[in-house]
Design a protein around this ligand. Sequence first.
Ligand code: NAD
Ligand code: ZN
Length: 345
Amino acid sequence: MIDSMKALVKARPEPGLRMESRPIPEPGPEDVLIRIRKTGICGTDIHIWNWDEWARRTVPVGLITGHEFAGEIVAIGAQVKGLAIGQRCSGEGHLIGKDSRQSRAGKFHLDPGTRGIGVNVDGAFAEYLCLPAFNAVLLPDFVDDEIGAILDPLGNAVHTALSFDLLGEDVLITGAGPIGIMAAAVARHAGARHVVITDINPARLELAARVADVVPVDPRAENLRDVIARLGMVQGFDVGLEMSGSQAALDQMVEAMVMGGRIALLGIPPGKSPVDWSRIVFKAITIKGVYGREIFETWYKMIAMLENGLNIRAIITHRMAAEDFAQGFEIMRSGSSGKIVLDWG
Ligand code: NAD
Ligand code: ZN
């Protein structure tokens, strides 16, 4: 009986990750053990690799990283109901408590005690992952393992994009990273009229145009006012999805919104940044912060949309064996790739 597994670990308090041998975790009575098939590399993993200020403050040394995964249930705890060995699954990587006011109201994604797999507790960059059964999300046949492995970031995109009614609306997305691009595809699917996406990286704008039916704009080359005129929009954008974390992008977004526009913020600025609040007040703009995915409404909606024609496969630009993780992180750090999926066999 093999009792050890390969795992990608923040082995030392310094940049990089190491593939190490770890004991296969033992599922508790309410857990499932998942044999990992595919994982996605996330921007969060890059922060952990780089060992930046946030990572040093947040991530314990010795942690198994990774939170985007798909796999197969290979063991279940004694008290788990409704799941069976052999089922394919992905899962919510935010571990929540059930005692807070928010959780007791059914708003699990707002539990203030949330901990993240691959960030605060051992994660999915390994041959096996132990996860509370509550967090497992079964995958229907039409969601294969590589799409299953990127449901977590697709869920960020879906949660943000579905924050506001998009039917017939003009939508501006700032930041054509993997999440911004997937949000563009979702906005299209949800019936937006125009979907404009901005980025300052031409490779990312090209990728956006390959994945979704969008108008890519480099704001250094073209003013959003000109784009609004070119598309025949009267005032500006009805809905903004900020997905870059850039102060400049948020400023441009506020300027390009209609009176009474609605903005959802997913992008995380690196620190405090000056905001011209008077513009936001006088434009009567609604701003919503978005964290994670709604548990489990976002999962339900995204799987339903994937069944019903949402196609985001082209956002996966690289596929490689887990052993080649260093190359995957190198490509991801270059900032020009889409999603990179590691295969754990
Ligand atoms: P990413 O870093 O791959 O993409 C961000 C993109 O923004 C890049 O392509 C970059 O070139 C672009 N950008 C930078 N400055 C810009 C500007 N001035 N105008 C337009 N675009 C600009 O990130 P991602 O993985 O796609 O994630 C998107 C954002 O969401 C990140 O800020 C990430 O930290 C954040 N995030 C938040 C949550 C959450 O729960 N709130 C979860 C996941 C990711
Ligand atoms: Zn992620």
